[in-house]
Design a protein around this ligand. Structure first.
Ligand code: ZN
Length: 133
């Protein structure tokens, strides 16, 4: 599967229509062969929807879908992150927080922090800090 940030705008728009499709994408990137507990290797899990966590049925370890990515511990929807990353990566002139705040209907401060994290992650790519996994 092509990395999400390399898709054309049209493909991206069709692919990530809602939160569930973004989550599904993250899941398949993280566990291409199906869930594997990072702690004990067990393959069965409970899904904790409110926190987007996957709890191992054997050892109760809670694996987060966003661990190790720029989205980790964020309260924003994955879809907002996906789109923000996409727009930042594709706009070489640099998106202003103000223009994105309008697009996402978020306040300026939240948008500024979102952009800051994405730009930081882009700079640190080699340092194991991934965007869309
Ligand atoms: Zn486990």
């Amino acid at each position: 599967m092509a990395k999400a940030e390399h898709l054309s705008l049209f493909e991206f728009q069709r692919k990530f229509t809602n939160e569930a499709t973004c989550e599904e994408y993250m899941f398949h990137k993280r566990w291409p062969e199906g869930f594997v507990c990072p702690k004990c290797g067990h393959r069965e899990y409970y899904y904790i929807k409110t926190r987007k966590h996957y709890e191992c049925k054997r050892c109760s370890y809670q694996a987060s879908l966003t661990a190790g990515t720029v989205m980790h511990k964020s309260k924003l929807p994955l879809q907002t992150w996906f789109w923000a990353i996409y727009l930042v990566v594709h706009d070489k002139r640099g998106r202003s927080a103000l223009s994105l705040a309008g697009l996402f209907q978020l306040n300026y401060r939240t948008t500024w922090r979102l952009l800051h994290k994405i730009r930081h992650a882009m700079k640190e790519r080699d340092a194991n800090y991934k965007l869309l996994v």
